[in-house]
Design a protein around this ligand. Structure first.
Ligand SMILES: [Zn+2]
Length: 267
């Protein structure tokens, strides 16, 4: 789809956002693919590819149980992904959402991504419902430490980070299979969504899981939905605006259209 084909939808989305008081963004892996971060939770991509290449049982190695049994192997398998995330830069989609927050149009970004790219683009109000690479937790004594310095150390010496207090393995605060989503973040997301007039959904197919249930609930409570994703999503049929195109193209276009709407009537 060219930019022209979607221009009607982009104007619709911008008009809705201009009219409504509280816009919450809900984002997924599609936001970061153009930054070079693979969707490591999807079978067949990202982490799973690395695990398959390593000849490991992919159904076991991404689980919290596998981490507990052999954290060093987990770190070794994650190394290529960690390196990609460290070298990734925010893209135009991240910057568009950050600027819309600065302008007071977007209130909060709820993200399923743990890669910190939305925050690095300048967003202040970010809720990470699938965990975050900002911190790591000791699996024995639950001491929490900033993860980036631990990751730097692992990437230079290859030894998995251990807790300074008790020697336990430090697990990055990303959510592995078999773990619950972070309670505090989920509650914060629910609270943000309760008063949402519009949900701007970007880069996620809403394929299921507790985070997607948040969107279902917001819709049932009366939020309007704007969906931007390359492929169809489970909620396309109830959304007010749907654009099947790249977030890197569409979000900056919505931002620019909103700017024009604010400047004057001649759009
Ligand atoms: Zn510890």
């Amino acid at each position: 789809m060219s930019q022209l084909d979607a221009s009607h939808e982009i104007l619709q989305a911008a008009s809705l956002m201009a009219k409504n008081k509280r816009v919450i963004a809900f984002t997924g892996a599609g936001m970061s693919t153009r930054s070079g971060v693979p969707d490591f939770r999807s079978p067949g991509t990202g982490l799973w590819v690395h695990l398959e290449a390593a000849g490991t049982d992919e159904t076991q190695s991404g689980t919290i149980q596998a981490f507990g049994r052999d954290p060093q192997t987990f770190y070794e398998h994650m190394k290529p992904l960690f390196q990609k995330i460290l070298s990734a830069e925010p893209n135009a989609a991240h910057y568009a959402l950050a600027e819309l927050e600065t302008r007071g149009i977007i209130h909060t970004v709820i993200t399923q991504n743990a890669d910190l790219l939305q925050q690095r683009a300048g967003s202040k109000n970010v809720i990470e419902v699938h965990g975050s690479l900002a911190e790591a937790t000791c699996i024995q004594c639950y001491k929490v430490k900033p993860f980036p310095p631990l990751l730097d150390q692992f990437l230079s010496d290859g030894i998995m980070p251990r807790c300074q207090e008790c020697g336990g393995a430090m697990k990055p605060n990303i959510i592995l299979t078999g773990e619950q989503l972070p309670v505090r973040a989920m509650l914060a997301a629910q609270q943000a969504l309760r008063r949402a007039d519009i949900l701007l959904i970007a880069g996620t197919s809403l394929a299921g899981g507790p985070a997607t249930a948040l969107v279902d609930r917001a819709y049932l409570q009366g939020s309007k939905l704007i969906i931007i994703n390359q492929t169809p999503t489970l909620l396309d049929h109830v959304a007010d605006v749907v654009v099947h195109d790249d977030v890197v193209k569409v979000l900056p276009a919505i931002k620019a259209t909103l700017q024009k709407l604010k400047e004057g009537p001649h759009v």
